[in-house]
Design a protein. Sequence first.
Length: 92
Amino acid sequence: MIDKDLEQRVARIEGAFRQVMLIVGAFDQEILKAIAALRDDYPEHTIMSCGAITESVLKRIWAKENIRGNPAKMTLWPLMQGLQEHIDERLV
C-alpha cells in the first residue's frame, strides 16, 4: 500500500506535468516556426517568437494563480515582476 502523503505528492506532480504538456502543445507550431527561422538565418524572428511564447506562458500562469490585475496588455518585464512571488525560484 502506498503512503497517503506520497500518493498526494505524486498526484500533484502528475497534475503539473499535465499542465506543462497542455502549454507546450498549445505552442508547438510557434516553436517549430522559431526553429525554422533560425535555420533560415533569421535569428531576430526566433528571438521575437521566443519572447511572444514566454509572454503567453506567463499570462497563462497569471490566470492560473488568480493574480489581481489584467495581464492582457502587459509586456514581458511587468509580467515577470507580477509573477515573481508566485513562482518557486528553486524550480526555475
